[in-house]
Design a protein around this ligand. Structure first.
Ligand code: CP
Length: 319
């Protein structure tokens, strides 16, 4: 692995999940691997889980961590050939090259603008950093994908599945704000590589990019989708078709205890943060079926697995 830009950068899934399981059992087996190595984390957008779990993962490997909220740095320009006489003070070509002088690995979080689909789906901030840094990049959620979350979700399902081929349902749920498609996209990309009966359910107008939805069977009737499910993964996303728009806030799509009754005693999953009694009822979130806190805990395990692999990559760090 040279970078973690998407879940596709993990070539051997079974081996990756096995390494993660070993780190979960004992987080300190490689506590000197990252000695004298530095991880720089760039946050263009807010985070709780990714920020803390990635830092914790780096500490477990003996790394140093420098965390930068990019709003506190110079405004970065991503366009080539621009006359930089407005707000941006530093071009990504210099910024990325300079950070590479201090870092052995770089993590980046950058959300989409949700105005221009073509621009967002270029994932320009992530791709420009990947182009101009000289050290590996870890995607900590970009405009279009959230691989650390998708890998965590599959790892969590593997730990809880009771049958060889579980029915796994990704359900759209309402939300008052326009949210990115990144979590849903990476969940489908990661789960699509497993032997799951993968079902996607959403209201009209909420189809995801075919690049990701192709991994699942689409069932527009949420009740039918839930029947016999082993895992219900709830997530809101804004429209991909009418890009960035909120087309519905219909509370009928909220995950309720009543709906969970039609499942095969399904486990409930969400990446967090979650809006209680908008996305999911308290009765589900607070039930023993909820895996959301374990998912958050597993973020450390997956981040550690990724960092370990990048530290060992012969084409990776400043060795
Ligand atoms: N799930 C997730 O990525 O959480 P944060 O936005 O808090 O990092």
């Amino acid at each position: 692995m040279h970078n973690l830009l998407s879940t596709d950068d993990v070539d051997a899934f079974p081996e990756f999940l096995k390494t993660a399981a070993a780190f979960k059992k004992n987080p300190y087996t490689e506590e000197t691997l990252g000695r004298r190595k530095t991880l720089v984390l760039l946050f263009f957008n807010p985070s709780l889980r990714t920020r803390v779990s990635t830092q914790k993962a780096a500490y477990n490997l003996g790394m140093n961590v420098i965390l930068l909220n990019v709003s506190q740095a110079w405004g970065i320009e991503f366009e080539d050939g621009t006359v930089m006489n407005l707000d941006t003070a530093e071009h990504v070509r210099e910024a990325a090259a300079v950070i590479s002088q201090y870092a052995d690995l770089i993590g980046i979080r950058t959300f989409p603008g949700l105005k221009d689909r073509a621009l967002d789906y270029q994932d320009r901030v992530l791709q420009q950093f990947a182009r101009y840094t000289t050290v590996p990049i870890v995607n900590m959620e970009s405009a279009t994908v959230h691989p650390l979350q998708g890998l965590t979700d599959v790892f969590t399902i593997e730990a809880h599945k009771r049958i060889a081929r579980p029915k796994v349902v990704l359900s759209w749920a309402p939300h008052p704000r326009a949210l990115p498609q990144a979590v849903a996209n990476s969940f489908l990309a990661a789960a699509g590589r497993m032997d799951y009966e993968l079902v996607l359910t959403h209201p009209p107008g909420y189809a995801l990019s075919e690049q990701f939805s192709r991994y699942a069977t689409i069932e527009h009737d949420q009740q039918k989708a839930f029947a016999g499910a082993d895992f219900i993964y709830a997530k809101n996303w804004s429209s991909y078709e009418s890009y960035g728009e909120i087309l519905s806030t219909d509370p009928k799509w909220m995950i309720t205890a009543e709906k969970m009754q039609s499942t095969n005693k399904a486990k409930f999953m969400h990446c967090l943060p979650v809006r209680r009694n908008v996305v999911v009822e308290d009765a589900v979130l607070d039930s023993p079926a909820s895996l959301v806190i374990e998912q958050a805990a597993n973020r450390t395990v997956i981040a550690q697995t990724v960092l370990s692999k990048l530290l060992k990559s012969p084409t990776g760090c400043n060795n």
